[in-house]
Design a protein around this ligand. Structure first.
Ligand code: GH3
Ligand code: MG
Ligand code: MG
Length: 965
């Protein structure tokens, strides 16, 4: 934290405070309270109170709490010092110092010591003040804080220069020069104060004033208000010393105004003192005395201070002038005590000499003599020749007035002459010193009284010359004063100009900063606006942000019509109310919105109060400021946006920038929204088309399934057809083969169960005769009813196929071959057990013959026969069933003797013979066939080596294998 911040930084702190809350606010409050401690002490205290309550309310860590607390103690301590409550001030400074020491906060310690130093100075405890300043410098040095170090040293230098200007100059001149070279404004104020003291010591008031003006400016700019007040007082003093009492009065008035603004008693007291002194010089004794008395009572809490001592001196001098010698002596007595405590050499000499003069006038000669002697001794002690001369003059006056013991070693005619002679000798040692006329007059008088007329004459000539010189010096001083005044006025004018420029710059900088902050915010706003997906959301978002950023009572967004010939208000609000629809031709001669759209540029409108506004829509508020901007994306015009305010000059550069940015975002967002709306439309259409397509697809699929179904179904009976079988049977065959082949890998394992496919061919017996007798339709009716008979006998999972004409193929799946004959018998019974209905009440008993074979035909060789060959074997069986007398079933099975190579050529050609040879087993419901096979079995067996030659011809039965084909 800086010791003294520039005004601009304080303004920044004020802005930071204005926009912060919570922990951030605490972070802003503490430094601001610190930097306002002299600028506006009361506000600094209020901020300190707020900071304190925030520390209590927030969960602040102990270290932070201690640091902030100590800093606030310093703020309060300095305020107490300024308000002259020195004990409380000191207690607070001590408290802060302790806390900063615990925290090892060097800067804090330096500041606490600094405050303790100033309290000590005001108490008149110079030694203590010096020690505290040294401590402050040491802490600043450890913290590597150059400005704080320089400040402490500059103050040390200044106090030393008051005690002993020459010694101070020797010790500090180069230090101060280096400080000034570093260019820190706060430091330069104090460094120049040191230089200024030296100018006062050498009576170079012109140069002193020039320095004081600088000090005053620098002190004001860095918040060292108390220093600014003293500099102003000192300008008054220097003007006074230049005999420009009017300027002196003017500056003292200025200082007093400033001091009264602060409310600090010591500042007010100093100003009153200076004012009293100037008034006295102007001969207004009553007013002067009143001012000095008021000054002393205001300064009562600081009676140990140099200021109080000086006020006493002025008052005493004034009282001597008024011949109120006793009162004057009282003042000088006090002055003597105070100056002894202060140990200010110059004041001590003045006190002694003034007391001597008062005592002289009161007729207390011996006391007067001793006071004058001590004045002389003190002047000699501090090598102050001018004061020495003054002391000698008083001694001369005392001796002239009373008959007293002459001084030791007196060589002159009188004691008075003795002292005046000494004074003249001292005067000769001062280079460029004008011997006071009073001294020369006194000498001339002394010589004359002693009868030394020629010497008296010579000295009176010198006195006349000195008088002339004095007058010319006065004239010179007046000239200097005039020049200073002139310079001063010019400097003030310049300073005022600089101040105005600085204010303008600060305002500009602040505006720029605010604009930057606004622009940063605009980035986020842009993202928000452009993420809106529909125009209504864009309008709402724009409205919200326009409200937040601009003084806009009304906001309207016009969109260009598709043909681009007119604008329509799509959104409008005024003072929270929706504005009605409005349509403006793009060619409209006066409408600003139309012009902004046509010319694709921003328009800023400022109307004079009461001016006629041709564009004002009836029922809307009177507008003083308005902005219009086109909403463009690339060179495409989307519309126009406008904000309007009933306030004059509502839209400056910053507002235009914000509006322009909002328009740019708005245009993009509206374009996005319309693209999104189009996309949504297209998507909607697509979705409808898609639903329709899905429907059509379902229809097609249904149709396809129907076609499929139809193509796989026999139209008359609704049973499956050959195509169906061809499509499905391979899968069943594959599954069956896998089951058998799995077993082949482990020959010891048992045969799979319910793993066979039984192919059964069912043929209606003597069906031709039905047709012939009852007609084809009756035949059809039997065929149709056959479906139900078959379904009764079979499982749902079995395939029922109309194989051709009056012939059906049944495939019993996942069946065990041992069960095949049962299936056949169930079919046979299902057909023959009850009559078929031929219509017209005609009933007909119908039988059927069934031949079957199982797949795989030889389980040991599952791939030996194909499924179609198995059907051939079933066909062979059917042939045997017919041949055996019909209404019967026959099944052919392989045996362990079935020769694979002979299977189809021989076994199937004469199954009965093959059965006889043991190469085939015939299962049948037919007693006839059973007998026939038995008969064959009794015949002598053929040699197995020549089986083919023994095949008998097939029994000639007309056997329609492929009906319709
Ligand atoms: P078998 O006992 O030897 O089988 O004598 P069958 O008369 O049934 O045999 P055949 O092969 O001599 O005659 C079959 C008859 O079936 C001939 C044909 O008129 C008849 N038929 C074939 N398809 C249909 C059909 O779709 N509807 C009708 N009503 N009759 C058919
Ligand atoms: Mg038949
Ligand atoms: Mg047939």
């Amino acid at each position: 934290m800086e010791k003294f911040a520039l005004d601009a930084e304080v303004a920044k702190g004020e802005r930071a405070l204005a926009r912060s809350i919570g922990r951030d606010r605490l972070g802003a409050l503490v430094p601001l309270a610190w930097h306002l401690r002299q600028r506006d002490t009361r506000r600094a205290l209020a901020l300190a109170d707020e900071a304190e309550s925030l520390i209590d309310a927030l969960d602040v860590c102990a270290r932070e709490r201690a640091g902030a607390g100590a800093r606030l103690s310093l703020v309060r301590g300095e305020a107490k010092w300024l308000f002259a409550e020195l004990d409380v001030a000191e207690a607070l400074a001590d408290e802060a110092l302790e806390a900063f020491t615990t925290l090892a906060d060097e800067i804090g310690c330096a500041d606490a010591h600094w405050l303790r130093a100033f309290i000590a100075f005001d108490r008149g405890n110079i030694g203590r003040g010096d020690t505290e300043l040294e401590a402050a410098a040491a802490h600043a040095s450890r913290a590597c804080d150059v400005p704080r170090f320089d400040l402490a040293q500059a103050v040390s230098a200044m106090w030393e220069s008051r005690r002993n200007p020459r010694a101070a100059d020797t010790r500090w001149a180069s230090v101060i020069e280096a400080q000034l070279a570093r260019g820190n404004l706060a430091v330069s104020a104090l460094a120049n104060d040191f230089l200024c003291d030296l100018q006062f010591a050498t009576s170079d008031y012109g140069r002193a004033i020039a320095l004081l003006l600088k000090i005053r400016e620098a002190a004001l700019a860095t918040g060292q208000v108390r220093l600014a007040v003293t500099a102003t007082i000192n300008i008054s003093c220097a003007s006074d010393d230049l005999n420009d009492h009017d300027a002196g009065l003017e500056w003292s008035q200025r200082a007093l105004d400033m001091a009264r603004g602060t409310g600090w008693p010591i500042a007010v007291g100093m100003c009153l003192m200076q004012m009293g002194h100037v008034l006295w010089a102007l001969g207004r004794l009553d007013a002067a005395q009143a001012a000095l008395r008021e000054s002393l009572s205001t300064l009562a809490p600081f009676e140990g201070s140099r200021t109080y001592a000086v006020a006493l001196y002025y008052l005493g001098d004034l009282l001597v002038d008024r011949r109120e010698y006793q009162a004057a002596l009282d003042a000088f007595n006090q002055l003597e005590r105070r100056s002894a405590e202060l140990n200010h050499g110059d004041l001590r000499v003045e006190a002694a000499r003034s007391r001597a003069r008062a005592l002289l006038n009161l007729g207390r000669s011996s006391e007067a003599l001793s006071a004058a002697s001590s004045a002389l001794a003190l002047a000699r002690e501090s090598s102050n020749a001018a004061k020495e001369i003054e002391a000698l003059q008083v001694l001369a006056d005392i001796h002239a007035a009373y008959e007293l013991t002459p001084p030791a070693g007196m060589a002159t005619a009188s004691a008075s002459l003795h002292y005046l002679q000494q004074a003249l000798e001292v005067a000769r040692t001062i280079e460029g010193y004008t011997v006071p006329v009073a001294l020369l007059d006194g000498l001339a008088r002394g010589h004359a009284e002693a009868g030394n007329h020629s010497e008296a004459y010579r000295v009176s000539i010198l006195a006349a010359t000195a008088r002339e010189k004095m007058h010319s010096e006065e004239a010179t001083n007046r000239a200097i004063a005039m020049e200073v005044r002139h310079k001063n006025e010019r400097a003030q004018a310049e300073a005022e100009q600089h101040r105005l420029i600085a204010v303008a710059e600060a305002t500009r900088a602040q505006a720029l900063q605010e604009t930057n902050a606004a622009l940063e915010g605009l980035g986020a706003i842009g993202q928000e606006i452009t993420s809106c997906l529909d125009a209504a959301a864009v309008f709402k978002t724009l409205e919200r942000h326009v409200k937040g950023l601009l003084d806009a009572t009304s906001l309207s967004v016009y969109l260009a019509e598709t043909d681009g010939l007119a604008l329509t208000r799509e959104f409008g609000v005024e003072a929270g109310q929706s504005l009605p629809a409005n349509r403006i031709e793009l060619s409209h001669p006066t409408a600003n919105s139309a012009r902004s759209a046509r010319e694709r540029r921003e328009i800023s409108v400022e109307l004079a109060p009461g001016a006629d506004n041709p564009n004002r829509v009836a029922g809307t508020l009177e507008v003083m400021s308005a902005l219009f901007a086109p909403l463009c994306v690339g060179d495409r015009l989307l519309g126009v946006m406008t904000v309007q305010s009933p306030r004059a000059h509502a839209y400056g550069e910053r507002e235009q920038l914000i509006f322009r940015t909002l328009c740019a975002y708005g245009a993009i967002a509206l374009d996005n929204a319309s693209a999104y709306a189009r996309l949504e439309g297209t998507l909607r259409e697509l979705r409808v088309t898609q639903t329709e397509l899905v429907g059509k697809n379902a229809e097609l699929e249904g149709a396809y399934r129907t076609v499929q179904e139809v193509s796989l179904t026999d139209p008359l009976t609704g049973l499956r057809n050959r195509r169906f079988l061809n499509q499905h049977i391979e899968i069943d065959v594959g599954l069956c083969l896998r089951r058998y082949e799995r077993r082949l890998d482990q020959p010891s394992s048992p045969m799979p169960v319910e793993a066979d496919l039984v192919f059964l061919l069912v043929d209606l017996d003597h069906f031709k005769a039905i047709n012939d007798r009852h007609g084809h339709t009756a035949g059809d009716k039997i065929l149709v009813q056959m479906r139900q008979r078959l379904e009764e006998a079979l499982r749902d999972t079995d395939y029922l196929v109309r194989w051709g004409g009056e012939e059906f193929l049944v495939v019993a799946r996942d069946t065990d071959r041992t069960d095949a004959h049962n299936i056949a018998e169930r079919i046979r019974v299902a057909v023959s057990a009850r009559p078929f209905d031929l219509g017209d009440g005609v009933q007909h008993t119908q039988t059927c013959s069934i031949g079957f074979a199982c797949f795989p035909f030889l389980p040991e060789h599952p791939r030996l026969t194909s499924w179609s060959q198995t059907i051939e074997l079933a066909d062979q069986s059917l042939y045997l069933a017919k041949h055996s007398g019909r209404n019967a079933w026959v099944g052919l099975f392989g045996t362990v003797h079935t020769r694979r190579e002979a299977l189809l050529q021989f076994v199937t050609k004469d199954p009965v013979e093959a059965a006889r040879l043991g190469e085939l087993r015939i299962a049948t419901s037919s007693a006839v066939l059973n007998r026939a096979t038995d008969a064959r079995r009794n015949k002598p067996q053929a040699k197995r080596s020549t089986p083919v030659a023994r095949v008998t011809g097939r029994v000639p039965i007309c056997y329609n294998k492929t009906p319709g084909g």
